[in-house]
Design a protein around this ligand. Structure first.
Ligand code: GLU
Length: 317
């Protein structure tokens, strides 16, 4: 990440509208925004709503919460469900290159199949990979009215040796890539494909997100290569843990902006707590998000998870 000098690119935050953002999500969003703004990038917000019927209420609340902690973005919010034509164009390109095949396996069949010679445990065993046209038609008929999923014919070397990428927080990373699903049998485009197509299509060249997604990144890097797209800069930020040591979740009490507001903790205090967790504010200080940008140093991003305790709130307000 560079500071100074104009960089024609963008960072982004891409929430799934599955519920209200909690402190962990807000912290990742704040870091993504700081990384983009301090490297003179644009910042985009994309609602990743492929998996669920569009729920405008949840998405709008997420956007309001981002604004409430001082995160702004450029251009209109992108809704992934509006990007179907680009997703399909990418699948067609891969298909034209002979890199797509139909898969009729159920989850249970995949689990029961012996693993592929080079595959990691849990990797797709390749059952449908090398079917003749006649076998493919017969398999389709067998599962009707269900439709086949589409899988990527992943290059075998990537399956065996893994795909590498460099991460600003985690350093050099490598992961094996199996024949991942590009489109499910119900027609829903898979996250790995959509994220690659949408990041590129909206000028994103810096991806900052939770480190739970680091294991998916080799798949995305491989898709970028096969589609001839540049690989963005990656920074996977450690997740926030709750007092029990497990990933922060609803059971940990008041963790969303709305719940915190009901408990008398306003967005300014939330920004202050997140800033302290990032080593960007001292106790008792209440810097705005914009003020944090003045002191932010991406190379000093904490690489250990932050454990949130409700005591962190209001203690020095
Ligand atoms: N939509 C994903 C999530 O909310 C994030 C995807 C990404 O940042 O690439 O976990």
């Amino acid at each position: 990440m560079t500071s100074g000098g104009a960089v024609a690119g963008a960072g982004r935050y891409a929430p799934s509208p599955s519920g209200n953002l909690h402190l962990g999500n807000l912290r990742t969003a704040l870091v993504a925004w700081l990384c983009a703004r301090t490297s003179r990038r644009a910042f985009r917000v994309r609602v990743e709503d492929l998996d669920r019927a569009r729920d405008a209420g949840t998405a709008n609340q997420q956007l309001d919460d981002l604004s409430a902690i001082g995160i702004d973005w450029d251009g209109a919010v992108v809704y992934q469900t509006d990007r179907g034509a680009s997703h399909q164009a990418a699948i067609r390109r891969l298909d034209d290159a002979g890199l797509v095949y139909e898969c009729t396996c159920t989850r249970r069949e995949i689990l029961a199949a012996p693993s592929a010679p080079h595959g990691a445990p849990g990797a797709y065993p390749g059952t449908c990979r090398d079917r003749t046209d006649a076998e493919r038609r017969a398999a389709r008929d067998r599962i009707a009215p269900r439709l086949p999923a589409l899988r990527l014919r992943s290059p075998l070397a990537d399956l065996r040796d893994g795909v590498e990428f460099r991460d600003v927080v985690l350093g050099a990373q490598r992961g094996e890539v199996d024949d991942l699903v590009l489109q499910r049998g119900d027609g829903t485009v898979a996250y790995n494909l959509a994220v690659v197509v949408d990041d590129h299509g909206t000028g994103v060249d810096q991806v900052v997100r939770g480190d739970d997604l680091a294991p998916s990144t080799p798949r995305q890097v491989m898709l970028q290569r096969l589609l001839g797209l540049p690989t963005p800069e990656y920074a996977h930020v450690p997740l926030v843990l709750g007092p029990s040591g497990a990933r922060l979740a609803k059971r940990d009490g008041a963790v969303t902006l709305g719940e915190l507001a009901s408990a008398g903790v306003g967005p300014e205090e939330v920004v202050a707590v997140l800033a302290r967790s990032l080593g960007l504010a001292a106790s008792g200080e209440r810097p705005t998000a914009a003020a944090l940008a003045e002191r932010f140093d991406p190379s000093a991003l904490p690489s250990a998870p932050w454990t949130f305790s409700p005591d962190a709130l209001g203690s020095d307000a």
